[in-house]
Design a protein around this ligand. Structure first.
Ligand code: UDP
Length: 353
């Protein structure tokens, strides 16, 4: 019965017909990165290519920026496939069933305005999309890494958040499509692991920033930088005393790869994030100091269910992966502001005052 379902979902007949196609030349490891055109995914693809892996990037381009892939597309070991993981996986993927060594799932809109724009699709991406990729991992004998999120802790009553904290999440609010979707995706991934159907890793990603963020994704770092660069008022939701902990993207990519390559027991999630906590107002001050600018502040209402505090406890990542973030916020903001200035203003000097 299970095999029957697998065959139907994986379209295995097509896959087996095409299974014997030659491997791309000169590659040892075949890695699928779902969501590889997105902010973190595009940096992950670049790093995996640099490490000699053959990377197949699957993305529906819903929230990604194709320009994130500009440099990667010239690489002989890089392939891009436009497809949505909610749908049956495309032939270009299925014919290599059995050949993938690693599958990273980063495919999902991740900023609140974007994941709330089509909440049904967000939930399906988390659940059906993750199921499609887990089945591919199972059929391939590939190791699978799910990028989950600090949102599984909801508006946390425990601070900082350790992995064994079960969270305070609303299943009826506007963030539920993402929070509960990722919780369901985790549940499914751990069931695959428990049943020995796939070798699974789960990362809980906390707020991450850096080049390749979408200027319109509505997140606090991109909003503040873009608003300040273009001379508009900066928007602070509520009084700005809520906190987040911001991790630079290169640190995050390092953590994801370490987790994927670790031999840890795959039945435990791992927090990845920067434990340095800032209020949103402190972040604004740092952004303005980096840009050498001032700005008028417009206060807008705090979004429904907006977490008041968020900071990861990364003891587990430190102990098991020997990982911790290295990029200080001040330096990470310089790189990020320079990138945004070039993207938005075409300013090669990086628009820094
Ligand atoms: N935020 C803000 N101004 C903005 C965008 C966001 O003050 O222009 C706040 C938001 O309410 C939240 C924090 O910044 O408290 C981080 O928001 P973001 O959307 O970046 O991420 P998330 O809420 O998912 O952590």
């Amino acid at each position: 019965m299970e095999d029957h379902i697998n065959e139907a979902r994986m379209q295995k007949p097509a896959a087996t017909q095409e299974r014997n196609r030659p491997m791309p030349q000169g590659q040892e490891r075949l890695t699928l990165v779902a969501g590889g055109a997105g902010f973190i995914g595009s940096h992950l693809c670049a790093e995996l290519l640099a490490r000699g892996e053959h990377v197949v990037c699957l993305d529906n381009l819903q929230t990604a920026r194709p320009s994130n892939l500009r440099k990667l597309e010239e690489h002989p070991n890089f392939e891009f496939i436009e497809a949505d993981i909610v749908n049956p996986l495309p032939r270009e993927i299925l014919y290599r069933t059995g050949r993938f060594d690693r599958i990273y799932n980063l495919a999902c809109a991740a900023s609140p305005p974007q994941y709330q724009a089509d909440p049904e699709h967000t939930m399906l991406t988390c659940v059906v999309g993750t199921d499609n990729l887990l089945r591919l991992a199972e059929a391939s004998g590939a190791r699978f890494l799910l990028t989950s999120t600090s949102e599984v802790y909801g508006d946390p009553e425990v601070h900082p958040q350790r992995e064994d904290y079960r969270g305070w999440v609303s299943c009826t609010g506007p963030r539920a499509c993402y929070d509960e979707g990722k919780r369901a995706a985790e549940a499914m991934a751990f069931d695959f692991a428990r049943m020995k159907r796939a070798d699974v890793r789960v990362a809980r990603i906390f707020n991450t920033y850096g080049p390749h963020m979408h200027p319109d994704d509505g997140r606090v770092v991109s909003n503040l930088i873009c608003q300040a660069l273009s001379g508009r008022d900066v928007t602070i939701y509520g009084d700005g005393s809520q906190t987040r902990s911001f991790c630079y993207v290169s640190d995050m990519v390092d953590g994801l790869i370490r987790l994927m390559e670790s031999e840890i027991d795959g039945l435990e999630p791992i927090n990845l994030g920067n434990p340095e906590e800032r209020t949103v107002i402190e972040l604004l001050d740092s952004v303005l100091a980096t840009l050498g600018r001032t700005a008028n502040v417009t206060h807008l209402p705090l979004p429904v269910d907006d977490p008041r505090r968020r900071r990861p406890d990364i003891s587990r990542a430190r102990a098991l992966l020997d990982w911790q973030p290295r990029m200080p916020l001040a330096e990470g903001l310089i790189h990020t502001c320079q990138w945004f200035a070039e993207e938005i203003c075409g300013d090669a000097q990086g628009g820094l005052g």
